[in-house]
Design a protein around this ligand. Structure first.
Ligand code: NAP
Ligand code: ZN
Ligand code: ZN
Length: 349
């Protein structure tokens, strides 16, 4: 059985440290992947700290995985050794329910098998990408197109698809006014993808120091949420608000920025609920919706879109030994804009 050095959280809120994982021998439909890079998503922090409840330990986080195929099972025809591939937030699903049949496996009636902090269909715990190898059914493996540097491709597997999917699904079109709330990993991808889809993008941030960076990413406007006067002028101005914020905050303040029939999309997943006032919605027939990552087919579409439009994540590559510090920095909003682990560091003595 292939073993892999990894980093794990031994229990909720404990620091992550070295760990070893056994990966299964490739079955006929499996692909064994040598992991090169793994992005660090805020969901890794929520789960390693058990902020959403139900976490299982030891936990090896990581669901923004890019690597090279090292071996394939006997029935695999879609990948071969040496291919550059990606794995996102899930590695299996029931394959039979209406959502799975439509290629929206993330909404599987049986629950998708998350890449980590989950159990596979044989009941074995799943371990994520803070490791050097992973075995995944080829149906749940993505092809990384040429032209995107691999460390900058990794965050597309979660931050990219999570922002791309709802913008497409809810119909963002060229010329629409899009506000992106929170300029972290998801937020910076929303700015780039929104711009590539032709929208005029405004960033709303708690960090005034992110103004120049937001404009450099392609935003047309920036407003610090502490600047109440500017914030007031933005009322009823947006077709879409995409909220990527990781901590509880007041949704009503952002709903009021929507035009009539505008849509606010929640992708940020704070641990605690927040009240929504009916009057934030009914006065202008506004919509409040949520969205979870994207299916395999749409994730491949997003990767190909990114290659075509030269969209990639802005990353800070770190050795795994810096992961606990990286979590602390993300909690302070101090990341431009995604940490990515170079998994070669897992082999360091
Ligand atoms: P991140 O890189 O840490 O970015 C979150 C940003 O939110 C921060 O950079 C900060 O931006 C802003 N923020 C943080 N605390 C805030 C507060 N109290 N009030 C207002 N703004 C605050 O996180 P991420 O990886 O982008 O993930 C963001 C959220 O999306 C997490 O909750 C994550 O679990 C969730 N997520 C959901 C999905 C899905 O499928 N729906 C997928 C992936 C992640 P500013 O400094 O600009 O204010
Ligand atoms: Zn994620
Ligand atoms: Zn299903």
């Amino acid at each position: 059985m292939p073993t892999t050095p990894a980093y794990a959280a031994p229990s909720a809120r404990a620091a992550l440290g070295p760990f070893t994982v056994e990966r299964r021998e490739p079955r006929p439909h499996d692909v064994l992947i040598d992991i090169l890079y793994c992005g660090v998503c805020h969901s890794d922090i929520h789960q390693a700290r058990d902020e959403w409840g139900g976490a299982t330990f030891p936990m090896v986080p990581g669901h923004e995985i890019v690597g090279k195929v090292s071996r394939v099972g006997s029935a695999v025809t879609t990948f071969k050794a040496g291919d550059t591939v990606g794995v996102g937030c899930f590695v299996d699903s029931c394959r039979e329910c209406p959502q799975c049949l439509q290629g929206e496996e993330q909404y599987c009636d049986q629950g998708m098998v998350d890449t980590y902090n989950s159990h596979d269909r044989d009941g074995q715990p799943t371990y994520g990408g803070y490791s050097t190898r992973i075995t995944v059914d080829s149906k749940y493996v993505l092809r990384i197109p040429e032209g995107i540097p691999l460390e900058r491709a990794a965050p597309l597997l979660c931050a990219g698809i999570t922002t791309y999917s709802p913008l497409r699904r809810f119909g963002l079109k060229a010329g629409d006014a899009l506000a992106v709330v929170g300029l972290g990993g998801l937020g910076h991808m929303a700015v780039k993808l929104g711009k590539a889809l032709g929208a005029e993008v405004t960033v709303l941030s708690t960090s005034p120091s992110k103004r120049e960076g937001a404009l450099a990413l392609g935003a047309t406007h920036f407003a610090a949420t502490s600047d109440k006067a500017t914030f007031k002028t933005l009322a009823n101005k947006f077709d879409f608000v995409l909220d990527t914020v990781s901590a509880p905050h007041d949704y009503n303040a952002y709903l009021r920025l929507l035009k009539t029939d505008g849509t606010m999309i929640l992708v940020g997943a704070p641990e605690a609920p927040t009240p929504v006032a009916a009057f934030s919605l009914i006065g202008r027939r506004r919509r409040l919706v949520g969205s979870l990552i994207g299916g395999i087919r749409e994730t491949q579409e997003m990767l190909d879109f990114c290659a075509k439009h030269q969209v990639a994540s802005d990353v800070e590559v770190i050795p795994i030994q810096h992961i606990n510090d990286a979590y602390e920095r993300m909690l302070k909003g101090d990341v431009r804009y995604r940490f990515v682990v170079d998994t070669a560091s897992l082999n360091a003595k």
